[in-house]
Structure formats: C-alpha cells, structure tokens
Write a protein that binds this ligand. Structure first.
Ligand SMILES: NC(=[NH2+])NCCC[C@H](N)C(=O)O
Length: 505
C-alpha cells in the first residue's frame, strides 16, 4: 500500500484493500535517512521518574514510526552517568562496601544510597574533600575508581532494564561518560576558534555573534572548577552523531523545559561549524509535565516521587481487577488472562500518554485510562479482539487464502463499507504528517476512528448470516476481507503505538 490515494474511484479502492491483504502495508516512500533518536535517558543513582517514562514511551513510538518508514534508526539512551555526584557516591561506596571490587555491592535502594551520600556530603567536611578527590581520580580514568563507578551504574542499569523489558522498549546505553574525551576536544576547538568568553571563572558561549543585540542566555561550556556541564556533553553529542554515526537527522526527546537548552545547543553547534541545518535535520521533541488527579505534579501521597516499578505493578493489579469484574477469568485460560492483563496495563499507560498532545501537561489517571469506553487502549484492544473473532467464527467456512482474496471482488456498495475503506486508506497520509510533527495523538485519534468506523460498519452490514440454530448459512466474502484489512491496518497502528494486540480478552 505504498503511495496510494483515497480520492481514486471505488473500483480502484477495492483493489487497494486487496493489496493490503496480498502485499501487506508499507509506509509511503521517503528518502532513507540515518536517524539518531535520543530518548528515555534517566540519571544513574537518581530515580527514573514519570518524566522519563514519557520520554521512553514517546521515543519508542517515534523509533517505530521511523523504522516503519525504513529509516536507519539508532536508539540512544543518554543516561546521566557522569558528573560530580559520582564523587560522593564512590566515597560512600568505599565506606559501606569496601569489597566492592570482588563482590557486587548489594544496594537494594540506590535512591536511598544517593540520599545518604548527599547528606554526608553536606555535613561532613572530610567526606566532602574525599568526594572531590574521587571525581578527579574517576575522570583521570583510575582503574579502582572506574570499577566503583561501574558497580554503581550496574545497579541503576538493572533497574532501568526491568522497566524497558516490561514496556517492550529497546535502546542502546551510551551515557554522558562516553563523551569525556570528545568534550575535551570540543573545548579545545572552541578555544581555538575564539568562541569562548570568560565569565566569573566560567567559560561561556553565546549562540549569536553580535554582542550588541539581545543574546539571551549563553551556554556554560566549562565550569569555574574546570568541569564540564550538560551543555558541553550535548555539544559533543551533536558532533559525534553527525561525524561518527553519519546521521543526517538528530532527535532529542525530553521534557519541554529543556527546549531552550536545545535551541541554544543547535544554534551554538551551527556557530561552531559542526552542524549545518540545511543538510542535517535536528528536532527537539518536547513534552509536558505529568500531573496527578489533583492537578499537581505527580507524587505519592507522602510527597515522594512515584517509583515506576510500583506504578506498573499498580496498573497490573487494577487491570486484573477490571478483567475479573467482567468475568474474563472464567472464560480465558490463565495464560490468556495474563497476556490480556499485561496488554491492557502497558497498553493503557502508553496510550494515555500518547493520546494527549505531547506538548501539554497531562493528568495520569488509572481510572480514565482503564475505561473501556471512549478513546482508550482498552476500547481499542477490545475492538481488535471483536474483529479477530469474526474471522475466527467463519474460519471453517472461509479461509483467507491468497487465491480467495484474488478471486473475490470487494464491493463497496454500502455507505458504511465505503466510509471504512476511506478511513483505512488514509493511513499513509497520517504517517506522513506524523513524520513532520511527531504529534502521536493524531495517530491515536486515527486508530480510534478506524475502530469506530468499523463498529458502524459491523452494525449495519452483515458479514455472516446464521440460522436459528446458530449455524452459518451465508458468508459475505467481500465484507470478511474488508474486516481482515481493518485488522491489518489496526495492527500497524498498534505496533507504532506500542500496543500488543491480543486475540482473546
Ligand atoms: N542528550 C540529552 N540531553 N538527552 C536527554 C538527557 C535527559 C537527562 N538525563 C534528564 O534526566 O533530564
């Protein structure tokens, strides 16, 4: 279904529906690009919070979309694994787990460990001094300190991986530490090009040349203690991704609060001559804050940040309760029930996020996302199972083999058949728009429109006629094929949105 158009005459459209079934669905043709997508990117030893969850969900969908367009995508997890906080973490590790080189430290709660070391850093002078020495030794690449740092990163890494596995997200970890050498080079070159200015011991860079005009805020490239910053590492990511990864498209998925940071980074990278926006596309894909049902920043009752694992567990419990309420546990096998539970939980969390305009803040509400009416993942998952059950019902009478597809004339005489077809064939246009603005809520709306148009169609158009005994007496082959094509388009939408379709629920 490459490059189709839905304004074609009806006969043509029925041919296009057939081609969905015979050739599968492909994205519209587009020049192939090498894209680096930087998403998720939590910070080691700090909590991975709902903001990172948003970045993870949105980033994964963007990658799936771009891969569907056959772009060559590199998925990067730019974890915060470098910086002065590691000094105090290492110093604390040395005290609490002196045998860390031979035994993996059993830090069950890294956030608590972080808090402890921070408290010591703020109150014990000796400790503070030692923490500073640890940073220096770490940055010099001292083996012992690198080992300690690795041990700490490993604890976080395992925690992050649990979340990624549960959500079906894949990415490659390449944290800030990876850029250490490259940051040194960036600073050397900026110095050579005379682009750095001294400011109170810091080295800063402005994004525009003209000192006369209002230049906004500058980047801090080197701190007064000689250390690098978040700005320095992002200048290095731009260059590394363009020069070493040969990317021609860079995407950064973070909260909207970092929009200015990326504007400055892109402008400074152009000024430095490592980025040419006529050749390379750069996007900062920003998103709003996650709010609780009380409209305030999403927190637990006690005011702590919500642990993601606990959030996912709560989702599992609640969706199981819903399934049981509907009596599904009596109809499904234990495996089917578990598959449904996971599809509902993770599907709902992702869909609730994606179906809101990403730029706005959004209210996290299990009640709303687990509702089976309206534009929710549950509604869509049920719609899909219904469609699949139609095919299952007549499986003995009618097999959708290639021969049958080829020999069946798909008639689109009924208004509802026609309407559904037009919706299905809009898929390519929806994707093209998405590749420009990454507003995945439009894909959600579109998916919902497929489900509702299908419900309208199914309501008015018999696919199967049964006699009083419940035996099938007549099958409308054309409509079954249209049903099957609907399932295929829905599956693609689900895939991009990260929903796992289930046959029974
Ligand atoms: N290249 C980047 N700056 N990627 C995003 C990093 C996000 C950062 N670690 C945070 O928690 O906000």
């Amino acid at each position: 279904m490459c490059c189709i158009h839905y304004s074609a005459p009806r006969e043509c459209l029925s041919g296009l529906i057939k081609s969905i079934l015979l050739d599968g669905i492909e994205a519209p043709c587009m020049p192939r690009k090498r894209v680096v997508v930087d998403f998720s990117s939590p910070n080691i030893a700090k909590e991975m919070h709902v903001g990172h969850l948003r970045s993870t969900i949105i980033g994964e969908s963007i990658c799936r979309l771009l891969e569907f367009f056959k772009h060559n995508v590199l998925r990067i997890n730019h974890v915060g694994d470098w910086g002065t906080q590691f000094g105090m973490l290492i110093a604390h590790l040395q005290d609490k787990f002196p045998d860390y080189t031979s035994n993996t430290p059993s830090i069950s709660d890294l956030q608590a460990f972080y808090k402890e070391s921070k408290a010591r850093f703020d109150s014990e002078e000796d400790f503070k001094a030692r923490a500073y020495q640890c940073v220096v030794k770490l940055q010099q690449g001292n083996k012992d300190f690198i080992n300690a740092w690795q041990a700490i990163c490993d604890v976080s890494r395992k925690e992050f991986q649990v979340i990624y596995d549960r959500l079906g997200v894949t990415l490659i970890e390449r944290g800030e530490s990876f850029y250490q050498e490259r940051m040194v080079t960036i600073v050397e070159e900026l110095t050579k090009k005379n682009l750095l200015e001294e400011d109170d011991g810091r080295k800063i860079m402005w994004s525009s040349e003209n000192p006369g005009e209002d230049r906004g805020v500058p980047l801090t490239v080197v701190k007064s203690d000689g250390g690098f910053t978040y700005d320095t590492s992002d200048m290095a990511t731009i260059r590394q991704r363009i020069e070493e990864e040969e990317a021609d498209w860079l995407i950064y998925v973070t909260d909207a609060g970092q929009a200015l940071h990326f504007q400055l980074i892109f402008a400074c990278a152009e000024r430095m001559g490592i980025l040419n926006r006529d050749m390379i596309r750069v996007d900062h894909v920003g998103f709003g804050v996650v709010l609780g049902e009380d409209g305030k920043k999403f927190k637990t009752r006690s005011g702590d940040t919500v642990k993601l694992v606990m959030l996912l567990d709560e989702g599992l419990q609640r969706s199981m309760a819903k399934l049981v309420e509907k009596g599904r546990h009596e109809q499904l096998t234990p495996e089917e029930l578990k598959t449904a539970q996971e599809a509902v939980t993770y599907g709902c969390i992702k869909y609730a996020d994606l179906s809101h305009n990403r730029v706005s803040d959004y209210v996290f509400s299990f009640n709303q996302m687990l509702d089976d009416k309206g534009n929710t993942a549950v509604y869509l998952l049920y719609a899909y199972t219904r469609i699949k059950s139609i095919a299952r019902n007549c499986a003995e009478h009618f097999k959708t083999t290639r021969d049958l597809i080829a020999s069946t004339m798909i008639t689109l005489d009924h208004e509802k058949e026609w309407n559904l077809t037009k919706v299905l064939l809009r898929f390519g246009d929806v994707l093209i728009k998405l590749s420009k603005d990454f507003l995945l809520n439009h894909l959600c709306d579109y998916t919902y429109e497929i489900a509702t148009s299908f419900a309208d169609f199914y309501d008015k158009c018999y696919c199967i006629e049964k006699n009083k005994a419940g035996e099938i007496i007549k099958i409308n082959h054309s409509r079954i094929l249209l049903t099957e094509a609907t399932a295929r388009v829905l599956e693609k939408c689900f895939y991009i949105l990260g929903l796992n379709p289930v046959e029974k629920m």
